[in-house]
Design a protein around this ligand. Sequence first.
Ligand code: ADP
Ligand code: MG
Length: 261
Amino acid sequence: MSAVVLKVADLRVSYRRSGGSFLALEGVGFELIRGQTLAVVGESGSGKSTLAYACAGLLTPEQGSVELLGRPLARQRAKDLRWQAQHLQMVFQDPVSSLNPRQTIAKSLAEPLLSVAGNARPAAAEISKRLAELIAQVGLRQDIANRYPHELSGGQCQRVAIARALANRPEVLICDEPVSALDISVQAQVINLLLELQQKLALSILFIAHDLGVVRRIADQLIVMHQGKIVERGPARQILSEPQHPYTQNLLASEAKLDFG
Ligand SMILES: Nc1ncnc2c1ncn2[C@@H]1O[C@H](COP(=O)(O)OP(=O)(O)O)[C@@H](O)[C@H]1O
Ligand SMILES: [Mg+2]
């Protein structure tokens, strides 16, 4: 099987605005290698979420292509969407609003398990077992299952959102600023969790952040985006020690320091 799990080529996305159209992404391409973390860094408005949505098939680019595990993303047929959802999942910035406020954590976590089609749908006992496994895997206590999102902290909600994304054992995880909404003291804990899960589950992660402090620990490869274009790319260690582009140098100078304990 190919080492490339997500292959993005020459993406172009523009948004309609009152004054005309606004180019949010242009000529963006990269390959995410199995088991690695590719970090995408750039200031707010540089096109990072647009890129994440295009990779997850949540928007269709005007130009370019996205291949997941060697298959072009297709958005028409329910069967294709189910296949994609089994192999690629997203974790969003705002953990509280990414969970249904009216559902217990157990219900939210069971949803993706129940959405599996046909004969693959697991029995009730299997679902309870998997729920307990998922809750333990993200470092939460089992009694969280009967609680509602508003009873949890932001960090706990993000752990639930991660558990939910991992429910059907996807190969690829796209994390769009997964710690930006969290207290600084909690950010490092959630990054450590992602790192641990990645190693345990051999996940491939597209990790989006607006500052370098957050990606320093987790990134293998790094892409720096500015105004919808990639301005620098390469092994994270190399870019973080010898940034070439002035924009990257500025990002490095304003880096927030996290305490990873
Ligand atoms: N639905 C939309 N309609 C119009 N403009 C948008 C829309 N979504 C994003 N944009 C614009 O596209 C640019 C990139 O946005 P986004 O991808 O959200 O950047 P980032 O995630 O890096 O902050 C920004 O200038 C933003 O204002
Ligand atoms: Mg964004």
